[in-house]
Design a protein around this ligand. Structure first.
Ligand code: SF4
Length: 495
């Protein structure tokens, strides 16, 4: 017989939220194992000591951020709707059945009030908890980055001079309005927080502006001339599913080599900042912030620049970084056909001729060696060696000693194992963040806000490992997001 459910609700006597939430609920476990009272200390500078209405408890604010992370919710309006209806969420934030939950608009105001520094401190506190729980090994560092789409369309790009002029005019009119009548049509804007005080200050250094260098000053990037009006910090990058460019950011992770794969540092930069650029800054920050002495640092070919290899080696860390082999790209004799004489600082060519030091190129950080043009021009194998009429040139890096050391590592089994391990260490973390926690596309706009989003996602991923270690075991996380946690275990069979 066809059933027909009629809505008929009984009037229950008074019930307690405490009794309605099951003892084995996930949020009971979080409440028992994660004491968030430290956040009051982090944010107390942002509030007046005595005056004004009491704010939303910062512990409640961060609990809401964690619910958003665990449930994979992408909108604060949706979050507050869900929290209002969900008994476990209400219990976790401490709001009784008949208590109205905070308005969603309060969350963005609080985020602006706190600024990036508070969220960065929250991330660091979570890493400290992981260190105390002995989840951090600290002997190996794994570097990787991923593209994250911005919450802005590529079609919103306009000439930069137009945008800057408009910004200037807007600020002028805003000043006029301050001195004249108060406008009631203008919404009150809270000033974005200064990022000067962030623990690393990397957000400013890698803000997308040109990092001063004497190299390639003639090269103009698209973002030098154009800017998005929706998210001026996002820059064009290749879309993951199509050839069409999209606006986006790079999310950089430094991950510990221990089994728990704790994220030790996170940084979001505009997509115009390459993965390899902040590597040394992040490595040094990780070492000094967490008092670690890693033996080796591992990255893919993108990280294998001369600067990174030399910097890591100078810091006493083995640079397990592959480099591109450019010698295959020439039809002439490659560098390995020439023998370098260390004592005399010159190369010997396959014909036994000497290539002494010709000059130093400080822009390329290389020594340049040149053979005698008169000898080369009559050489029987010149067609295979060079097309130059002024003799064969060779280049040797100022840091060749470190590059040779890195090349020697590549023959070792330890290097091959580390490179295999990297593929299953960091990339699944990005997969987890994209699949379950909204890292495929940022929901906020501007660099400081997407850094807050990136920092919260990384902190949440670390907390999942922390909670698993503290008794949650293999049980489901909300939103089934522990499936991704299990994924990296499979390829470990490779070792
Ligand atoms: S071209 Fe010059 S450098 Fe090259 S093999 Fe001949 S002599 Fe040597």
């Amino acid at each position: 017989m066809l059933g027909h459910k009629v809505k008929r609700f009984k009037e229950y006597p008074a019930v307690s939220l405490e009794s309605l939430v099951p003892q084995k609920n996930f949020y009971r476990h979080v409440e028992a194992k994660l004491d968030l009272s430290f956040v009051r200390e982090l944010v107390k500078e942002n509030y007046a000591a005595t005056l004004g209405r009491p704010s939303i408890d910062p512990v409640v604010f961060f609990k809401l951020q964690l619910i958003m992370f665990f449930e994979g919710i992408r909108s604060e309006r949706k979050l507050m709707e869900m929290v209002s209806l969900n008994l476990a969420h209400r219990w976790y934030i401490g709001y009784d059945l008949d208590e109205p939950v905070p308005n969603h608009s309060a969350l963005s105001k609080i985020r602006t009030r706190y600024g990036l520094e508070v969220f960065q401190c929250f991330f660091e506190k979570v890493v400290e908890l992981c260190i105390q729980a002995k989840l951090v090994w600290g002997k190996e560092l794994y570097f990787d980055g991923t593209k994250v789409q911005a919450n802005a369309d590529i079609d919103t790009m306009v000439p930069r001079f137009y945008w800057e002029a408009k910004q200037h005019l807007d600020s002028l009119f805003a000043q006029d309005q301050k001195t004249g009548a108060i406008s009631t049509t203008q919404p009150i804007q809270l000033a974005p927080p200064q990022t000067n005080g962030t623990p690393r200050g990397f957000e400013e250094k890698y803000s997308g502006e040109r990092i001063p260098t004497h190299r390639h000053h003639w090269y103009e990037r698209l973002t030098d001339a154009q800017v998005s009006t929706t998210d001026p910090d996002a820059t064009p990058m290749k879309g993951s599913n199509s050839d069409k460019a999209v606006l986006g950011y790079h999310d950089h992770y430094v991950v510990d080599g221990g089994k728990a794969r704790i994220i030790l540092a996170v940084l979001v930069t505009p997509a115009s900042i390459m993965d390899n650029s902040p590597m040394l800054d992040l490595e040094r920050w990780v070492r000094f912030r967490w008092h670690l002495q890693p033996r080796l640092a591992v990255g893919d070919t993108k990280y294998g620049t001369v600067t990174n290899i030399a910097g890591l080696e100078q810091d006493g860390i083995r640079a397990y970084l592959p480099t591109s082999n450019f010698s295959d790209r020439t039809t002439f004799y490659s560098l390995d056909r020439f023998r370098y004489n260390t004592e005399r600082d010159l190369f010997i060519c396959p014909q036994g001729q000497e290539l002494p030091l010709y000059k130093r190129s400080y822009s390329e950080l290389e020594f340049v060696y040149r053979a005698n043009r008169d000898i080369c021009n009559v050489c029987p194998v010149k067609a295979e060696c060079t097309a130059s009429k002024s003799g064969r040139y060779l280049r040797r890096s100022f840091f060749q000693e470190y590059l040779d050391r890195a090349t020697a590592y590549r023959q070792t089994e330890a290097y091959k194992k580390a490179i295999r391990k990297r593929q299953v260490w960091v990339e699944p973390l990005f997969g987890e963040a994209k699949q379950w926690h909204g890292l495929r596309r940022f929901r906020l706009r501007r660099l400081w806000k997407v850094n807050i989003e990136g920092v919260l996602i990384a902190a949440g991923q670390n907390l999942k490992r922390f909670l698993s270690r503290n008794g949650w075991g293999k049980r489901h996380f909300p939103g089934d997001c522990n499936v991704a946690l299990a994924l990296p275990e499979l390829p470990l069979l490779l070792f």
